[in-house]
Design a protein around this ligand. Structure first.
Ligand code: C2E
Ligand code: MG
Ligand code: MG
Ligand code: MG
Length: 281
């Protein structure tokens, strides 16, 4: 995968630098087949309250059950897919699968809110809100049970267009979260004008909280900012108990990470929850 980063940090496909373009093409072709043949699966990673450990939702994370190469992680195909129009049907598929899973959980008295990762192209695509509305209607899921995770870079790429699309989504009742917050080198002025609900503090800042690092300044600043703007905050990448406890003391309400649970299949998530019915917020 070869991509140049432009000034805004957005990946730009650069075919001249690509020695593997035939491999690229076959990957896209295979992805097309994967969508048709149901090789794409979602794993789910819980998001919990730092105080009570209560599960408040899950994030859907894509995997590809490749017939030859085995289980592929998103890092092995999502960057390529995002350089190609295949990312559009792929995103629609993920939405449909995540909403379908929410319906199954709801039927089991476990109506876990679900979050889906949205690529930049969808945030700049005027048909996206309508596609989300259709997916919600087809699945019969309430919009408030869906969170869309977007990145700072997709917002600052074209703030006017992004704002219009986010406003439409928000008006539908869908929740909006900024993923990997703090890594986009943005001015953050967008935070005031965009209709957001949640910030997810990037793992790179959470990692410095424990042990000898003692790097709490940025996390404290983000928590302060979120409080002032009335946004929920989720800490990403919590890998140990010390970090989880510290985050709770610092006033970070929600956390996600390997220490709590890795992303798991839907069936394993139910086992992890330990009981078929649980309270959700
Ligand atoms: P992300 O949305 O920021 O998701 C968090 C990533 O960090 C996931 O990797 C997750 O497994 C990993 N993670 C969670 N907790 C920890 C932890 O405690 N320590 C460490 N080291 N890692 C942790 P994953 O599943 O490989 O996904 C990577 C990225 O791929 C995601 O980052 C997201 O940007 C993208 N992605 C995943 N699923 C989808 C999808 O359905 N559509 C799109 N467009 N992108 C997706
Ligand atoms: Mg995410
Ligand atoms: Mg993230
Ligand atoms: Mg991250």
């Amino acid at each position: 995968y070869t991509a140049k980063r432009n000034r805004l940090g957005v990946a730009v496909y650069d075919p001249s630098a690509d020695n593997h373009s035939s491999q690229q093409l076959s990957l896209i072709g295979e992805l097309r087949r994967a969508i048709d043949e149901d090789e794409l699966v979602l794993h789910y990673q819980p998001k919990v309250s730092t105080k009570t450990w209560r599960v408040v939702g899950v994030e859907a994370l894509i995997r590809w059950e490749h017939p030859v190469r085995g289980l592929l992680q998103p890092g092995e195909f999502i960057p390529q897919a995002e350089e190609n129009e295949i990312i559009v049907p792929l995103t629609d598929r993920v939405l449909t699968m995540a909403l379908h899973q929410h319906r199954i959980w709801r039927a089991q008295d476990t109506p876990l809110p679900v979050a889906v990762n949205v690529p930049t192209v969808c945030l700049l695509d005027e048909t996206f809100p309508d596609r989300v509305a259709k997916a919600l209607a087809a699945s019969g899921v309430a919009p408030g049970a869906l969170t869309l995770e977007i990145t700072e870079t997709s917002i600052i790429n074209d703030p006017v267009r992004a704002s219009k699309i986010l406003t439409e989504l928000r008006a539908m009742g869908v929740r909006l979260s900024v993923d990997d917050f703090g890594t986009g080198y943005s001015s953050m002025s967008y935070l005031q004008s965009m209709p957001l609900n949640e910030l997810k503090i990037d793992r790179s800042f959470i990692r410095t909280l424990s042990g000898s690092h003692g790097g709490t300044a940025i996390v404290r600043a983000v928590l302060e900012l979120a409080r002032a703007l009335d946004l929920d905050v989720v800490a990403e990448g919590v890998e140990d108990e010390e970090t989880l406890i510290l985050l709770g003391h610092m006033g970070c309400t929600y956390a996600q990470g390997y220490y709590i649970s890795r992303p798991v299949r839907a069936s394993d998530l139910m086992a992890w929850l330990g009981r078929p019915a649980l309270e959700t917020v």
